[in-house]
Write a protein that binds this ligand. Structure first.
Ligand SMILES: Cc1ncc(COP(=O)(O)O)c(C=O)c1O
Length: 388
């Protein structure tokens, strides 16, 4: 039963009861994995119960796959027919580049230095198909100004990859402005939004990108094994992925081995058997996010991030993530002298964070509150020698 407006969960203290981990732990690692909600656990159990009672529940599995497509579409303000359901960002991006002709004059893929490894690795794999890869590197202050994109993109560029928020530093790209630069040269734009979706409002009607991908593990509160890609509808007829599978066919249950007939919609970017164990918790997580509302989450997280910046300044720490609104998401990265030791020291105090490069990563979400931030500062003050 859907909640009435009065029953809607609000970010902060009122949502916390849904997440048992906060009974004993300060969880601030949503950039790796969102905390487990009671209703997400219940959804995972529903999958097991169905399996135990009825064996292969194909009709429910296919229904959950379509529910996931609809939930992803709703989050990015798109139509379900423009959304592929995938097992990962890797699957989505591999299918996407397989649909691009990279053998001719327009054979370049431009990637930022802040892409997740999978995007860089998939791009470089296309060198085997004739692609050239161009890297856009940050300036000394860590920012990648728009001029760097303009220098890198030209008439030979097929695809520009700009992650929405960097997993390693917390920098947020101006996807709309980058897309403007790319489109002026006839290039397509992919925004990997894994570090944004669920904590930063994404609206494909105004974002400017042609493709948006992400998954459920982090701010969408689900499990590994479920992702998506939004594809601009007008591009679909021109894109024929050669990395494909039977769930991408125009008629899955025709079971033909005689031809390749991709679905007319974004389903042509789906793959094989849907990721059933991930669909149940994934849909439940996305429904929870939709109930709270991404704009409300973004505002709440923004306040916590501001507190983090201020407290880290008080500690004299070196904050890597830009403070300017619009230049960061939910992830705050701070330089450490020994990030693994710092994460371990915080874990000893039941504070969960993570590292990338030499950075400690702190990533609040809808369930975090000011007291979490205070606890983190108290612990960081005790381990000040591990902050650079
Ligand atoms: C920005 C970003 N992209 C992609 C991924 C993961 O990609 P995949 O779903 O292929 O494992 C992550 C994290 O795991 C990420 O932070």
């Amino acid at each position: 039963m859907s909640a009435t407006p009065q029953q809607r969960l609000a970010p902060g203290a009122s949502a916390r009861g849904e997440f048992p981990i906060f009974e004993h732990t300060t969880y601030a690692n949503s950039c790796s994995q969102g905390a487990l909600a009671n209703r997400v656990r219940a959804a995972a159990e529903e999958w097991l119960e169905g399996w135990d009672s009825n064996g292969a529940e194909w009709e429910f599995w296919v229904e959950r796959n379509e529910a996931a497509r609809t939930a992803f579409a709703r989050l990015v303000h798109a139509e379900p027919d423009e959304v592929a359901v995938t097992t990962s960002v890797s699957q989505a991006v591999s299918a996407l580049v397989s649909a691009l002709d990279l053998s001719g004059e327009r054979n370049r893929i431009v990637i930022s230095e802040y892409e997740f490894p999978t995007v860089g690795q998939i791009a470089h794999a296309q060198e085997l198909r004739g692609a050239e890869i161009v890297h856009v590197r940050p300036d000394v202050d860590g920012r990648i100004p728009l001029e760097r994109w303009a220098e890198a993109v030209d008439d030979r560029t097929a695809l520009v990859c700009c992650t929405a928020v960097s997993f390693r530093s917390g920098h947020r790209h101006d996807v709309t402005a980058i897309a403007g630069i790319a489109h002026a040269k006839g290039a397509l734009v992919l925004a990997d939004s894994y570090q944004a979706i669920g904590s930063v409002e994404l609206d494909v009607r105004t974002l400017g990108a042609d493709f948006v991908t992400g998954g459920t593990v982090k701010y969408l509160l689900g499990t590994a094994g479920l992702g998506f890609m939004w594809i601009r509808g007008s591009l679909l007829p021109t894109l024929l992925p050669t990395q494909t599978g039977w769930f991408a066919d125009e008629d899955i249950f025709a079971m033909s081995i005689a031809d390749y007939s991709p679905h007319a919609t974004a389903r042509r970017f789906d793959g094989g058997t849907p990721p059933v164990p991930s669909l149940y918790p994934g849909v439940a997580g996305m429904e929870l996010i939709a109930e709270v509302g991404v704009p409300a989450i973004e505002a709440h997280v923004g306040e916590l991030v501001d507190l983090l910046f201020a407290g880290l300044d008080d500690l004299g720490a070196t904050v890597v993530t830009p403070r300017v609104k619009g230049e960061h998401g939910a992830l705050v990265c701070v330089l450490s002298t020994d990030p693994n030791a710092l994460v371990a020291a915080l874990a000893e105090e039941r504070i969960v964070t993570s590292t990338r490069d030499m950075n400690l990563r702190i990533s609040p979400h809808l369930y975090n509150v000011e007291e979490d931030v205070d606890r983190i500062f108290e612990a960081l003050a005790r381990h000040r020698s591990l902050l650079a």
